[in-house]
Design a protein around this ligand. Structure first.
Ligand SMILES: C[S@@+](CC[C@H](N)C(=O)[O-])C[C@H]1O[C@@H](n2cnc3c(N)ncnc32)[C@H](O)[C@@H]1O
Length: 199
C-alpha cells in the first residue's frame, strides 16, 4: 500500500495526525547535546517534513538554509505559516513534491544534514529505493542523515497491520551500508532511529 497525499491531507486538515505534535525528541537531543551543530551542518533538508516542526526548529537553532519537502499541500501550507510565524521564512522554505519521483525541485546539489522522520517508512519497493537513491545523491562525505521508521517482520503482524509499510529487519543495511556508517539511536520497540554519516 502506498499512502497518497490525500490521506495525509485529510489527517492534517482535521488535526488528527498522531505524529504532528512536537519536534522529534531525537532531533532536539542531538542538537542540544552539540552533536549536530549549525556550524558543522548548516544546509539541512527535511524529507516528508509534514507541517514543518523539525525544519523550523533547525532554522531557529541557526541551521540554514533549511528546505522541507512534502507531497501534502496542506502540510506545506502549514509549514510555511509556521516558518513565517517563527520569523525564519527567509532561511526555512518548503517545496511541495513527491520525494520518490526523481530529482526534487528546489534542492541544492548536496546537504550537510538530511532528516527523514517517517517518509522512507511510507514507501515500498521501487519508491523506497528512489528515496534511498535521493539520500545518496544529496549527501557528501561527512553529511549526517537521520532516519526514523517502523521496523519489524511483517510475517509476525496480523490482518490490516500487514498493510503498514515498515522496514524489514536489517533492510536499512541493504539501503545505506554501502556508503554510510550506521549508528542506532535509542528508540521504542518496532521502530528504527538511525544517525548515518556519509563515508
Ligand atoms: C509520518 S509523517 C511525518 C511528518 C514529519 N516528518 C514529522 O515527523 O512530523 C510522513 C510525512 O511524509 C510525507 N510523505 C510521505 N510520502 C511522501 C512522498 N513520497 N513524497 C513527499 N512526502 C511524502 C507525508 O505527507 C507526511 O507528511
Amino acid at each position: 500500500m502506498r499512502l497518497r497525499p490525500w490521506f495525509y491531507n485529510t489527517l492534517y486538515r482535521f488535526n488528527v495526525a498522531p505524529w504532528d505534535k512536537e519536534v522529534r525528541p531525537q532531533l532536539t537531543e542531538l542538537v542540544e547535546s552539540g552533536r549536530l551543530t549549525p556550524a558543522e551542518y548548516p544546509a539541512a533538508l527535511d524529507l516528508g517534513c509534514g507541517t514543518g516542526a523539525e525544519a523550523v526548529y533547525l532554522a531557529r537553532q541557526g541551521f540554514g538554509p533549511v528546505l522541507g519537502v512534502d507531497f501534502s499541500p496542506v502540510a506545506v501550507r502549514r509549514a510555511r505559516a509556521r516558518a513565517s510565524a517563527a520569523g525564519v521564512a527567509d532561511r526555512c522554505t518548503f517545496t511541495e513534491a513527491d520525494i520518490t519521483a526523481g530529482p526534487i525541485p528546489g534542492t541544492r546539489d548536496q546537504y550537510d544534514l538530511i532528516c527523514d522522520f517517517g517518509a522512507l517508512n511510507d514507501t515500498e519497493g521501487e519508491q523506497r529505493l528512489a528515496v534511498a537513491r535521493a539520500i545518496h545523491r544529496l549527501t557528501r562525505p561527512g553529511s549526517a542523515v537521520l532516519v526514523w521508521c517502523f521496523q519489524g517482520d511483517k510475517e509476525q503482524l496480523k490482518g490490516g497491520a500487514k498493510m503498514a509499510p515498515m522496514l524489514a529487519p536489517a533492510e536499512e543495511k541493504e539501503l545505506f551500508a554501502d556508503a554510510f556508517e550506521l549508528e542506532y539511536l535509542p528508540t521504542r520497540p518496532r521502530t528504527l532511529m538511525l544517525l548515518m554519516t556519509r563515508r
